[in-house]
Design a protein around this ligand. Structure first.
Ligand SMILES: [Zn+2]
Ligand SMILES: [Zn+2]
Length: 258
């Protein structure tokens, strides 16, 4: 039997409001035993925490997504300190930079990312980092983290050179549906090269649905599709990908699944 983990999703999203139970049953049928829900702000973090208490095999993070940075410039982030005391809240995130959408001004994104990193260090919690078209700045800023602090570059979108840099710093990466897109050559090359003990699988559901369901809503039951693609790219058995990526997720989040 295989055990898969969805290392980053958003099941608090309204896309799951009508059929979350059915989604979780499909996930279990697909041997996806755990889901870690990311958060974008206070309300999503609290919903993720509540979901984690209401459902077996679910955990949550708490953080401010770069999209929301402009709303948190004066925020002392005490709600994160209080959520972090909950045993179901296992990491801080999302945090980081997103220069693709620029929903918040870049200086606001950098200010809030810096404070999120300080909070992760203060609370001794792993950091789930979102970086889109901002990798140069993200990597410079991450160098302020103490060596060895756990960092996950979720939905890693860099190339093989950036992967090498990430591995040198001891970061984890997560990959999702994008590896199944035939035109995503850089990400497929990253999948070939990344050592499995640094790789976590994610869906980022409801977003980034893998082929052949692209265009539809994503859900945790699709993790094995991503695993199968990575196994094929690496020339390995899917069983090995399942075992190693689940172990990496356990190491990163400090949990034991299955
Ligand atoms: Zn993200
Ligand atoms: Zn996300």
């Amino acid at each position: 039997m295989m055990v898969f983990v969805d290392g980053h999703a958003h099941l608090d999203n309204k896309a799951f409001r009508s059929d979350l139970g059915a989604c979780l049953r499909r996930a279990r049928d697909a041997e996806v035993v755990a889901v870690i829900n990311g958060a974008s702000d206070g309300p999503t973090a609290k919903r993720a925490r509540d979901l984690a208490h209401a459902n077996e095999g679910m955990w949550a993070t708490a953080g401010v997504h770069p999209h929301k940075a402009k709303d948190h410039l004066q925020d002392p982030l005490d709600w994160i300190r209080s959520l972090a005391r909950d045993p179901k809240v296992v990491a801080l995130g999302e945090m980081g930079l997103d220069y693709h959408y620029d929903f918040s001004p870049r200086d606001a994104q950098r200010t809030v990312f810096e404070r999120m990193m300080e909070l992760a260090v203060e609370l001794e919690m792993p950091a789930v980092v979102h970086s889109r078209e901002s990798d140069a700045d993200t990597f410079v800023m991450l160098e302020n983290m103490p060596p060895g602090h756990k960092v996950l570059l979720h939905c890693f979108s860099g190339d093989a050179n950036l992967l090498e840099e990430a591995m040198d710093f001891g970061y984890y990466i997560s990959l999702g549906g994008v590896v199944t897109f035939q035109n995503a050559q850089e990400t497929r090359e990253v999948a070939r090269r990344v050592p499995l003990d640094r790789l976590i699988l994610e869906t980022d559901a409801p977003y980034l649905t893998p082929h052949p369901y692209r265009g539809k809503r994503n859900e945790p039951a699709y993790v094995p599709i991503i695993a199968r693609e990575i196994a094929e790219l690496k020339g390995m058995d899917i069983e090995e990908v399942a075992r190693e990526t689940t172990a990496a997720a356990e190491d990163f989040y400090g949990l034991k699944f299955g």
